[in-house]
Design a protein around this ligand. Structure first.
Ligand SMILES: [Zn+2]
Length: 211
């Protein structure tokens, strides 16, 4: 059902990510889910409290991100010498040992991308909440869509575990509180990216600013 045939914007269509079928979007009731007619996968949904929910999740994730970076992840004891290892110290030691490219890559994956994504996300949700800056929200959402594929925190967490498992037997390992915070942060991050999509935020933006 197309009302204004002379002006159909791409906002009204969605492509199924699984089977590439093109669908026309229809407004949903709160709490409802739109599924693909061909393969049944979820196209988009309308959360009951998308903005408050997103804001709360974003801020919680941010707190754990700060803790994960502020304290040691592990303390390694080798021949009586204790070494505290934190996320910033991993990046710094890579630079100090002239692994410049690896250091730069790690800095982006561990710190810069997660920080930027979270900060932009919280900012977007806040603007949506106070109904200010429609154009700014549009730009923020476009940036988020570009940055999200670079969110690889879970891969990073797995590589930390692999490195720790390799160290077992050579050194004594004491886990720090940042490891717990990092695990919680990654869990939030995964949950956020699975449960809230940019398409959905775009729709929420339209509802917020167009009444
Ligand atoms: Zn499909």
């Amino acid at each position: 059902m197309i009302k204004k045939t002379h002006h159909i914007s791409l906002d009204h269509f969605i492509i199924c990510k699984k089977c590439d079928t093109l669908h026309q979007k229809k407004p949903l009731r709160t709490g409802a889910v739109a599924k693909c007619r061909e393969c049944g996968s979820v196209l988009y949904r309308r959360h009951n409290n998308l903005i408050d929910y997103g804001l709360a999740l974003g801020i919680s994730a941010f707190i754990f991100f700060v803790i994960a970076n502020a304290f040691p992840i592990v303390t390694i004891e080798l021949r009586g010498i204790q070494q505290h290892i934190s996320l910033p110290s991993v990046i710094l030691s890579l630079f100090e040992n002239d692994f410049f490219l690896v250091g730069l890559f790690c800095a982006f994956v561990i710190f810069i991308f997660p920080f930027l994504i979270l900060a932009l996300f919280i900012w977007t949700m806040w603007l949506l909440k106070i109904r200010r800056g429609e154009k700014q929200v549009e730009r923020l959402l476009i940036w988020l869509a570009k940055l999200l594929p670079w969110s690889m925190t879970e891969i990073f967490l797995i590589s930390i575990f692999v490195a720790l498992v390799k160290l077992i037997g050579y050194a004594q390992i004491h886990f720090g509180i940042s490891l717990g915070a990092l695990i919680v942060f990654v869990a939030f991050d995964l949950y956020l990216s699975k449960s809230i999509s940019i398409d959905e935020l775009w729709l929420a933006k339209k509802r917020r600013f167009e009444g």
